[in-house]
Ligand binder design. Structure first.
Ligand code: EPU
Length: 419
C-alpha cells in the first residue's frame, strides 16, 4: 500500500491547474446510460472513482473509450445488464447513481445496497422512496435494491432531507418519465446544476436546477452529446487551504471562484488576501499565521461538509480558537484523532469540535480514513515540523488528481513511497 511522506514547513508558492469535479463527473457518467448514441465527457479528472465508474459501466455492457486528454466516450448500444454488483458498489457509494438511469430507460435495475461508510450511515431511502412515488416496484432483498417499472410516471416529490445524489438520481429518472416531475427541497449544489446541464444537452427538459425546486418534463428519448464538466470546487478549496496553512501564495487556474463563496469568505476571515477572475482565484497569506474561524457545514450555498476537515487542519495552527460544527454527516470527525497525534488541541462535543490553535504541529505517522480526512492530514503535514507519514492514501486517490505532483509544483516536499 502506498503512503505519502511530507516534510513540513515549506511556504507554498505557485500556480496549479484545477481538475474537473469528481462529484459532477460521477453522476454525469451515470447519465450516459440514459442516452442513445455515444456521449463524450470532457475535463474528466484522473481519479480512482472514475476508474471504478468505468469498470461499472463496462460491467453493464457499455463500451467505454478514453482519449489521451481524459475525454471519456460511453456508448450504451451494447448494454446487456442492469446489475450493479456489491464488489463495485461497496468500494464507491456513488454507484447508486446508476439506479435511476437504468430503471427509467430499461425498466429494470438491480443495484447492490451501499454498505456503511466511514463518515456516517448514509442511507439511500429517499432515492428509493422517490422512485416508488414515480411508480416503480422496489424490493430490497439480500443486500440488493431490485427495481422494476413499465414507464415511470412524473410526480411531485418532496424530499424530507436535502440529498445531493438523491436529487441527481431522481432528476435522471424523471428525464425519461411520462409527464412532469417536480422535485421539492432539491439539493442546489453546482454539481447538480452541471448534471442538469448535461441532461439538457442530451435533450432533457429541465428547469430550476440550482434552486430548491427542479421541474423535469419527461421526454421519450435522450441522445448522446459532448459535455465538459465543471471545475472541482473542493479541490480548489483544498489547495487554497494548503497555501493558507503554510503562510504562502497560490494561484489556481481553470476553476470557478463563484462556486466557492462560503469558503472564500472564511479564508478572508482567516486573514488571507483573495483575488479572483473569471476562471481563476489567488490566495496570498503574506507569511501570516491564520486566524481561527468558526464554521458550520450545511447544504450549498452554505459551507460545504467536503471542506470541513481541511478547515479543521487550518484552525489547528491558527491564532485563537474556532468551532467546527458538522451538520450533514454524523461521523465526519475521524480526522480529529489523527490530528491530535500531530499535537492538535481539539475537543469534540457531539457534532461540534472546538479547536484551539497551537504554534506548531509535529510530524507523526497518521492514517487516512476517508477522502477529505486524508486531505486534512496532508494539509496538517505541510505545516508540521518534521516528516509526516500519511498511510492508506488510496482514499486520497479516489478524489484528488495528482495531488503530490500538484503540491510539489508549489514547492512542497512530498513524495509517494511503497509501504
Ligand atoms: N440522506 C438520507 N437518506 C437518503 C439520502 C441522504 O438520510 O436517501 C442523508 C445522509 O445520510 C446525509 C444527508 O442526507 O446525512 C446528506 O447526504 P447526501 O445524500 O447529500 O450525500 P451524498 O449524495 O451521498 C454527496 C457527495 C459527498 C458530499 C455530500 C454532501 C457525491 C458523489 N458525493 O454525497 O461527497 O459530502 O453529497 O454534500 O456527490 C466527498 O466528495 O468526499 C463526498 C463524500
Amino acid at each position: 500500500m502506498n503512503k505519502l511522506l511530507i516534510q513540513g514547513g515549506v511556504r507554498l508558492d505557485g500556480e496549479v491547474r484545477i481538475s474537473g469535479a469528481k462529484n459532477a463527473v460521477l453522476p454525469i457518467m451515470a447519465a450516459t446510460l440514459l442516452a442513445e448514441g455515444p456521449t463524450v465527457v470532457e475535463n474528466v479528472p484522473h481519479l480512482l472513482d472514475v476508474t471504478t465508474t468505468v469498470t461499472l459501466l463496462t460491467h453493464l455492457g457499455a463500451s467505454v473509450t478514453m482519449d489521451e486528454k481524459m475525454g471519456i466516450e460511453v456508448d450504451t448500444a451494447t448494454l446487456n445488464s442492469q446489475l450493479a454488483p456489491y464488489e463495485l458498489v461497496k468500494t464507491m457509494r456513488s454507484s447508486i447513481l446508476v439506479l435511476g438511469p437504468l430503471l427509467t430507460r430499461y425498466g429494470k435495475a438491480d443495484v447492490s445496497l451501499p454498505g456503511g461508510c466511514a463518515i456516517g450511515s448514509r442511507p439511500v431511502n429517499l432515492h428509493i422512496k422517490g422512485l416508488q412515488e414515480m411508480g416503480a416496484e422496489i424490493e430490497v432483498k439480500n443486500g440488493f435494491i431490485h427495481a422494476r417499472c413499465d414507464r415511470l410516471q412524473g410526480a411531485r416529490l418532496v424530499m424530507e432531507m436535502v440529498t445531493v445524489t438523491g436529487t441527481e438520481n431522481l432528476m435522471m429518472a424523471a428525464a425519461l418519465a411520462k409527464g412532469t416531475t417536480v422535485l421539492e427541497n432539491s439539493a442546489r449544489e453546482p454539481e447538480v446544476v452541471d448534471l442538469a446541464n448535461c441532461l439538457i444537452a442530451m435533450g432533457a427538459k429541465i428547469t430550476g436546477a440550482g434552486t430548491d425546486t427542479i421541474t423535469i418534463e419527461g421526454v421519450d428519448k435522450l441522445t448522446g452529446c459532448r459535455y465538459r464538466v465543471v471545475p472541482d470546487r473542493i479541490e480548489t478549496g483544498t489547495f487554497l487551504v494548503a497555501a493558507a496553512i503554510t503562510g504562502g501564495r497560490v494561484k489556481l487556474k481553470n476553476t470557478d471562484p463563484r462556486l466557492l463563496d462560503a469558503v472564500l469568505h472564511k479564508l478572508t476571515e482567516a486573514g488571507a488576501e483573495i483575488t479572483t477572475g473569471d476562471n481563476w482565484v489567488e490566495l496570498n497569506m503574506h507569511g501570516r499565521r491564520p486566524q481561527a474561524v468558526n464554521i458550520r457545514t450545511a447544504p450549498y450555498p452554505a459551507f460545504p461538509t467536503d471542506m470541513q476537515a481541511q478547515f479543521m487542519a487550518l484552525n489547528c495552527v491558527a491564532e485563537g480558537a474556532g468551532t467546527v460544527v458538522e451538520t450533514i454527516f454524523e461521523n465526519r470527525f475521524m480526522h480529529v484523532q489523527e490530528l491530535q497525534r500531530m499535537g492538535a488541541d481539539i475537543e469534540v462535543q457531539g457534532h461540534t469540535a472546538i479547536v484551539r490553535g497551537v504554534e506548531k504541529l509535529t510530524a507523526a505517522p497518521v492514517m487516512a480514513t476517508d477522502l477529505r480526512a486524508s486531505a486534512s492530514l496532508v494539509l496538517a503535514a505541510l505545516a508540521a515540523e518534521g516528516e509526516t507519514e500519511v498511510q492508506r492514501i488510496y482514499h486520497i486517490d479516489r478524489g484528488y488528481e495528482l495531488i503530490e505532483e500538484k503540491l510539489a509544483s508549489l514547492g512542497a516536499r512530498i513524495r509517494r513511497v511503497q509501504a
